[in-house]
Design a protein around this ligand. Structure first.
Ligand SMILES: *[C@@H]1O[C@H](CO)[C@@H](O)[C@H](O)[C@H]1NC(C)=O
Ligand SMILES: *[C@@H]1O[C@H](CO)[C@@H](O)[C@H](O)[C@H]1NC(C)=O
Ligand SMILES: *[C@@H]1O[C@H](CO)[C@@H](O)[C@H](O)[C@H]1NC(C)=O
Length: 348
């Protein structure tokens, strides 16, 4: 049963975070002193993760916030789908077992991306003592004549720490571990590929005689969207065990003869996804019973698709809200109450 537990780890980290934050705040001035104690109290860290925690306790907040950022984005991107990333927050872990499906691939990629992102952002804010801005190009000029300045995001540091911390969960060395490691890496690469260059002009009254530029992180949702594209094009893989001494690795399932490895930025999966229509704890499907659907939509959130053809219930209710608010001098606000009869549809 260690298996089941391991897939659950991203969510466990989040719960642990709550504890962690309270500890952090309480002991912020004695972090170094209390690191051992602190890190031993965060449940469900692997021994390697615990060592990272002890060495860089000030990075732990960013690390755990990163995985919640990733999961929040997952819920957002999948809010209209049968599988809505509804794995965290229920407090019970019995149903969060995801098989090695493309959904699991997305979860791993987006949480790893979240961690790399959040560490990089925390470095730039000065919240982690061992990193800051990427100053390697600072002061140099680009081919088109502008100068590197400001605070460039130190994505290399973010990626390195995210790799150390997130990959430290994969201790089994089996097919699923290879899959998770691949998707973790794809997630981190997605962060790097979305970095953009931001510039500022200097010079008399807005003339751009002098321009300084720096690398900056985009809003995280851009990364969530990019990974959603990769999720749609995820590649099925199997483990290739070579007869020579090299360790097993993943290869694309749909190739005729030649052994081809998946691209490093592609998401990969080992198993076909369930249809997520019915509840099935062994695949990580909660089913769509009682999910809200849209009667007129032909998309995935429409009642036909979302309810898997089982039909839907209609509830009438009266929606009330404050409207026509007026401000009276001085000082109160008066509003009317507006109401409207509406219907809500939920899957049978
Ligand atoms: C980062 O540092 C700022 C002040 O420099 C502080 O307000 C903020 O809470 C810190 N955030 C984290 C996640 O530690
Ligand atoms: C996601 O789906 C599950 C059941 O399919 C439901 O219980 C949950 O409320 C949904 N979450 C959101 C945020 O809609
Ligand atoms: C339902 O879907 C239609 C068509 O896609 C859309 O115009 C409408 O805003 C949706 N309604 C709700 C409540 O989301």
């Amino acid at each position: 049963m260690t298996r089941v537990y391991r897939y659950v780890v991203p969510y466990v980290i989040i719960l642990a975070t709550i504890n962690f934050h309270t500890h952090i705040r309480a002991v912020s001035s004695v972090v170094a002193l209390g690191a051992n104690l602190l890190c031993s109290r965060v449940p469900s860290l692997t021994p390697r993760q615990r060592r990272i925690c002890t060495r860089a306790p000030d990075a732990m907040v960013a690390l755990s916030e990163g995985s919640s950022t990733g999961l929040r984005e997952c819920r957002h991107q999948f809010r209209h789908q049968r599988w809505n990333c509804s794995l965290a927050g229920s407090g019970t872990f019995s149903h969060v077992v995801l098989v090695g499906s493309r959904e699991a691939a997305y979860v791993y990629a987006v949480t790893s991306a979240g961690v790399a992102y959040s560490v990089t952002a925390a470095c730039a804010r000065g919240n982690i003592s061992t990193c800051g801005c990427d100053d390697r190009k600072r002061g140099r000029y680009s081919a088109s004549g502008w100068k590197w300045g400001g605070c460039s995001a130190d994505i290399n540091y973010g990626i390195k720490l995210a790799r150390k911390f997130m990959d430290a969960r994969e201790v089994e060395g089996d097919a699923r571990a290879l899959m998770n490691l691949h998707n973790n890496n794809a997630g981190r690469r997605a962060v790097r590929s979305t970095l953009s260059t931001e510039c500022k002009c200097h010079g008399v009254s807005g003339s751009c005689t002098m321009k300084t530029c720096w690398k900056t992180l985009p809003p995280f949702t851009n990364i969530g969207k990019l990974l959603l594209q990769k999720y749609k094009k995820a590649k099925p893989v199997i483990v290739h065990k070579s007869r020579r001494r090299s360790p097993p690795y993943l290869k694309l399932r749909r190739t005729k003869r030649r052994v081809r490895r998946p691209g490093k930025s592609h998401l990969v999966y080992l198993q076909k996804s369930p249809n997520y229509c019915e509840m099935n704890p062994s695949t990580g499907s909660l089913g769509t019973v009682a999910r809200r659907c849209n009667r007129t939509s032909r998309g995935a959130d429409g009642c036909d698709l979302l309810c898997c053809g089982r039909g839907y219930n209609t509830q009438q209710y009266t929606r009330k809200w404050q409207c026509n608010c007026k401000f009276y001098w001085c000082c109160y606000v008066q509003c009317h109450t507006c109401q409207e009869d509406t219907e809500e549809y939920t899957c049978k």
